[in-house]
Design a protein around this ligand. Structure first.
Ligand SMILES: C[S@@+](CC[C@H](N)C(=O)[O-])C[C@H]1O[C@@H](n2cnc3c(N)ncnc32)[C@H](O)[C@@H]1O
Length: 344
């Protein structure tokens, strides 16, 4: 006899079940759109009828029609709202407009992360869980080329993150900012330009520090931005700062490393100095968390539970002797939360 099943309701059960399957289908649909250069086709020709798309992409007509319908279901295509046009024409839908530039190229970060996610999805998870060797993405980056690749992701997506940080804190009274793991210096250069009283130290591993140093020289910001090389797992952080920033750093590391980093931040701050954490929270970003943690499952340099809920940060900050001043949660403009805390 089947055992009794309680909650959720039948509708919720089916919705949950199909949401799982739809996620996998949507990933493949997105990759097919990239592989077939559909966004470029629409960017160069404008809205097209189904037959025109199918011919231009050399698709089998019946399968092509089904594919176009699926692209509409997931928001990659939409019908041109001009009712007079016959046959119906299709143009980039909301998802395609969000992920691709006007010329049809996909933003580098989205393309690269899609590629890595699909590589992971192509592997047999049971075999992976039982120890199948998987080509590894080392973290942190080991070579200059790997550091360039990571810092490009960060640079390309920095503008939104900077705006999120500036919403949460005013830099007016701050003289000395330590940007721990501060990427290629993009944020430091921006803050130094915008706030004339500010001196910024970027702390990073040697390869990324080298890239940052080049950017600082190119930007003519050498007097106000300095670069310190180090590995925060083993080296102390420099000291005497009004503000220490971890932007998009703590979600790369498990709790024990984060705890150590917050202790080091305590020592880097002057009494009463502030700490700023900018990260996507697991409780605000469930889909992002599943996608990234699925990737990390395959790469052994990454630890367990890197995306954390707010409660974990609250606990870690309190244990490290910080008092939380402010938490800005995710908004329609940003996936990140910003936590500002003060050294007690
Ligand atoms: C995800 S990026 C964030 C960069 C920047 N904070 C931003 O928001 O644009 C992570 C950064 O952590 C740095 N990093 C990783 N491991 C590190 C370590 N052990 N010591 C110092 N920096 C490290 C990387 O080089 C990279 O710049």
């Amino acid at each position: 006899m089947p055992t009794e099943r309680r909650e959720p309701s039948p509708t919720q059960r089916d919705d949950i079940y199909y949401r799982f399957l739809a996620g996998a289908a949507a990933t493949r649909l997105l990759q097919s759109v990239v592989d077939l250069n559909l966004p470029q086709l629409l960017a160069s020709k404008g809205a097209l009828a189904a037959d025109e798309i199918i011919t231009a992409l050399a698709l089998q007509p019946k399968r092509g029609s089904k594919w176009l319908l699926e692209l509409r279901h997931v928001g990659l295509l939409e019908e041109l709202s001009d009712a007079s046009s016959s046959p119906v024409k299709y143009r980039a839908g909301p998802l395609m407009r969000a992920l691709f530039y006007a010329d049809g190229r996909m933003e580098f970060f989205y393309q690269d992360f899609l590629r890595i996610s699909l590589n992971a999805q192509a592997l047999d998870l049971v075999q992976v869980l039982r120890g199948l060797p998987v080509p590894q993405i080392p973290y942190p980056p080991q070579t200059l080329a790997e550091a360039h690749a990571l810092e490009r992701w960060m640079r390309d997506t920095a503008r939104e993150t900077i705006a999120t940080i500036e919403q949460a804190i005013t830099f007016e009274g701050i003289q000395r900012l330590l940007d721990v793991a501060g990427g290629d210096g993009t944020m430091a250069i921006h803050f130094a330009r915008r706030y004339p009283q500010l001196h910024v130290t970027v702390f990073n591993l040697p390869n990324s520090a080298y890239i940052a140093r080049q950017n600082v020289v190119r930007a003519g910001a050498g007097e106000r931005v300095s670069i310190v090389e180090g590995d925060f797992r083993h080296d102390p952080l420099p000291q005497g700062y009004d503000l220490v920033q971890f932007s998009r750093v703590l979600a790369d590391w498990p709790e024990d490393v984060c705890r150590m980093l917050l202790d080091k931040a305590q020592h880097a701050l002057v009494p009463g100095g502030r700490l700023l954490i900018c990260e996507p929270l697991a409780d605000d970003n469930p889909d992002l968390t599943v996608a990234w943690e699925y990737k990390y499952l395959h790469y052994d340099d990454f630890g367990v539970e890197l995306y954390k809920p707010l409660a974990t940060y609250e606990r870690l900050l309190s244990q490290a002797g910080f008092h939380i001043l402010k938490v800005n949660r995710k908004t329609p403009d940003t996936i990140h939360a910003v936590i500002v805390a003060q050294r007690q």
